[in-house]
Write a protein that binds this ligand. Structure first.
Ligand SMILES: Nc1ncnc2c1ncn2[C@@H]1O[C@H](COP(=O)(O)OP(=O)(O)OP(=O)(O)O)[C@@H](O)[C@H]1O
Length: 449
């Protein structure tokens, strides 16, 4: 339990500090209001004891300012001459409780412990809610493919370590799922899992999104905002499509990983956080290093542990297994089965959207199935999916070009409705967004969506 004591009376402060330390609290003491404010803004405390009468800033002012911050500690205000007006003002400003001087040490200890329990309860509720939300779609990683079962045992082994992990693989291969497994099986499972798709955030705001921004950093920054790094404190930060970070943010990320600390945008106070970073990329980061678009030193840092997820077409053994798994998920109590023809159609298909696409296909198949049987005709794999882009033997297109043309075609057919297009392609909207940027597609003017 981390406790801040702000007390300007030297002797009293020291006695309090010694008492609390001896009772097993981790204590930091400051002697004036401004120092208290700075300390509370830069480090995470569970409880703060604020004397009301202090130089620079009084305790009530510190209380008011700190309550405007995200996730403030519980505050106990210590009033000098026990004026009831001050105590009421403190409670109105959101203090947990107040104590009047002179007080007994045992009294203060009991109050600090109660304040801490309240904070833990609130935190548990928050985590419980977010875990319930997470647990539903992402619970199980299904595979029979030997190299992937080896990956799963590696995930179990490395989950408890704080080292960064890099997960590579095409879109829809399960990178997000593996990142969540790493979190859920690690020491930080009780902490937050914060996920950021680096491809979906404009470069100009990425630094603020990750590291937060200090009040007054620029005109309009009228309050301090925590970045995702801080929000992930004690948990895992998942950076999806890490290759999309620009070089400046890459540098800052590297420093944060190396030192465990960073500065908010416009800030001068170092913020220290304990966060495990898991990054993923669909792109070949080594190639990006060669091209000068990804930092070599950052790649080394996040590459400490590397996991590569194979495309679904490279593990045909998993196709029937996953198909049954998703069919059961969408059967809603009915019993559904796939015909041999349907299975063979699934195994022959190339699955550009990997497991995500298979899941979408099985969802629709479950809806279309009659008499509990899914026929090949019920599978929306569509000959038409490849139609129009199939090259003649003399004109073999690269996979990248094929993908580019196919996405352009689907965007056109969906009238640039990106949600629908992503669904047709079996990829996530965020991946489609990134591909649109990668291929430099421009929405035709006059189209609204
Ligand atoms: N082996 C698996 N077993 C069960 N479900 C899986 C498996 N792999 C992926 N999925 C499911 O497929 C969908 C896509 O997976 P996920 O979001 O993890 O892919 P991704 O590689 O992170 O994709 P992107 O690069 O587009 O973000 C999710 O619904 C996920 O639960």
């Amino acid at each position: 339990m981390r406790v801040l004591i702000a007390e300007d009376e030297t002797h009293l402060g020291t006695i309090l500090e010694q008492f609390m330390t001896a009772r097993g609290f981790s204590v930091h003491i400051v002697r004036d209001g401004r120092a208290a404010l700075e300390q509370l803004r830069t480090e995470n405390f569970d409880v703060a004891l604020l004397d009301v009468v202090m130089p620079e800033l009084d305790g009530l002012e510190v209380l008011r300012l700190i309550r405007e911050e995200p996730l403030p500690p519980e505050i106990i205000v210590i009033t000098g001459n026990g004026t009831i007006e001050t105590a009421i003002a403190a409670l109105k400003l959101g203090a947990y409780d107040f104590l009047s001087k002179p007080y007994r040490m045992a009294e203060i200890e009991a109050l600090v412990r109660r304040a801490w329990e309240k904070r833990m309860l609130a935190r548990d509720n928050m985590h419980m809610a977010s875990r319930l939300q997470r647990a539903t779609p992402h619970s199980q990683f299904v595979t029979h493919f030997a190299p992937l079962t080896a990956v799963l045992s590696m995930v179990d082994k490395i989950a408890p370590s704080p080292s960064p992990v890099l997960i590579g693989g095409e879109s829809g291969t399960g990178k997000d799922l593996v990142a969540r497994l790493l979190h859920a099986n690690g020491m930080r499972a009780e902490g937050p899992f914060v996920d950021l798709n680096c491809a979906a955030i404009a470069e100009s705001v990425m630094e603020m999104e990750l590291f937060g921004v200090e009040k007054g950093a620029f005109p309009g920054a009228d309050q301090r905002r925590m970045g995702l790094f801080e929000l992930a404190a004690g948990g895992t930060l998942y950076l999806d499509n890490v290759g999309d970070l620009d070089l400046k943010v890459q540098g800052k990320l590297l420093r944060a990983l190396e030192s465990g600390s960073f500065y908010r945008v416009g800030g001068t106070q170092k913020v220290e956080v304990d966060v495990r970073v898991v990054a993923s990329s669909t792109r070949d980061l080594s190639r990006m290093v060669q091209a000068g678009t990804f930092r070599d030193d950052l790649l080394h840092r996040i590459n400490t542990i590397r996991i590569a997820l194979p495309a679904l077409r490279e593990r045909i053994v998993d196709i029937p297994l996953l198909a049954q798994h998703f069919l059961a998920e969408f059967a809603y109590g009915r019993s559904l089965r796939l015909t041999d023809d349907a299975l063979s159609a699934l195994e022959k298909y190339r699955w550009p959207g990997n497991v995500r696409e298979l899941r979408n296909v099985m969802e629709r198949a479950a809806l279309l199935a009659t008499n509990g049987v899914v026929e090949a005709a019920d599978l929306p794999l569509g000959a038409e999916v490849g139609a129009g882009v199939r090259p003649t033997p003399a004109q073999v297109l690269s996979l990248g070009e094929l993908e580019r043309r196919h996405i352009a075609d689907v965007l056109e057919r969906s009238h640039w409705h990106q949600g629908r297009a992503a669904e047709m392609l079996g990829i996530s909207p965020k991946t489609l967004y990134r591909k649109i940027r990668e291929y430099g597609f421009k929405r035709p003017s006059g189209r609204s969506v």
